[in-house]
Design a protein around this ligand. Sequence first.
Ligand code: KG4
Ligand code: ZN
Length: 324
Amino acid sequence: MVLSQLEEHRPFGGVVPEVAARAHLEHVDGIIAQAMKEAGVSFAELDCVAATTGPGLIGGVLVGAMSAKAICVAAGKPFVAVNHLEGHALTVRLTDDVQFPYLLLLVSGGHCQLLICKGVGSYTRLGTTIDDAAGEAFDKTAKMLGLGYPGGPLLEKAAAGGNASRFDLPRPMAHRAGCDFSFSGLKTSVRRAVETLEGAMDQQTVSDLAASFQLAVAETLVARTRHAIDMARASHPGITHLVVAGGVAANHAIGGALSDLAASKGMTLVKPSPALCTDNGAMIAWAGLEHFRLGHTNGLDFKARPRWPLDPDAPAAAYAGVKA
Ligand code: KG4
Ligand code: ZN
């Protein structure tokens, strides 16, 4: 059950925190009631109630967590606090029963990370972005090209008729050691190309720029993931599965490039369906259930966390402005 706020944010060209919090408040009771009705269960029949408690925009997180806690009190059920990123990380165990350990490329609007998933609640982060997330880069580039919001799917559509070799854009970090990402230089290169073209941005040029950008992102993701496969195999020789999750995983060019990479490395690529790759409640319920089965529940005093890395021991990325 997914209720989207995209229409509320579209006039602003991006997510506005206050608008997001208010929309959560206005809709949370209704969507819970609808989900319960569709599932045909009562609160009394639940084993536990799981909710996202971070990381992310704190207003919406607080509304969801408080609603879940209220149901726990009223129905006498245990509460499970779920990390949003862990929801993305564990979805493949719901859809494809993938066993630990596996390598995860998490590419969403807020995050771009490579992680070894070793167990429920146990992750080693191999790399993260030092500036923009991959989805954020898609959204910002789409805006520069006048394609609208949210940019990822619109840019992919524009790129379909484009010549990806017309613009020579950089592959940020591709030849550096480690698995960190950077997308702001790529975005700046697109901006420069747009400025150079001035008024001459016909539809074909927009398509060519979109295709060139998409190829640069795909090749960057592939280069960093290739490195992560080697690192993951060094510490976990039996690792066989590469999982890609998050909204950007819906992109066909990126999915195809990762699929070629997995084949060349003898790994099995698993990609949950787009409906379960982009943000949804089922992935949080599933992560909650994984914890509940292991006996992990949380007190009602569990506080929402705007910042909550999956691997608290991960060293900071080598440069500036890290997104955990
Ligand atoms: O995982 P998600 O739904 O939300 C976050 O947790 O951020 O990811 C949303 C992001 C947005 O930046 C959106 O533009 C991007 O995923 N996205 C895509 C595509 N579909 C969604 N990016 C590239 N190509 C797509 N087809
Ligand atoms: Zn997400």
